[in-house]
Design a protein around this ligand. Sequence first.
Ligand SMILES: [Zn+2]
Length: 86
Amino acid sequence: MKHQSKFGEVPKLTLRQKILLKINGEVFIGYKQGIGDHGKVPVFVVHCSEHGNYLDTPHGWCNYFSCDECFDERIQKCHVPATAST
Ligand SMILES: [Zn+2]
């Protein structure tokens, strides 16, 4: 079941973005207006092994990403970007 992401549809990726997504599991695509009064937030395309690519902004102290559909299914897997470990 597919539902609307909080940041809309995943845009068509360039070859470079596809490669970065493959290597890192996420790729930065730009700033978008977030929910509430947070102003513009950095938005990434993140790959979920269950649901494919989705849009998200980093959450929490370790800047993790979470797939809405995994969350809905209470799997609550997180993708922690490689860059957060430094
Ligand atoms: Zn998922």
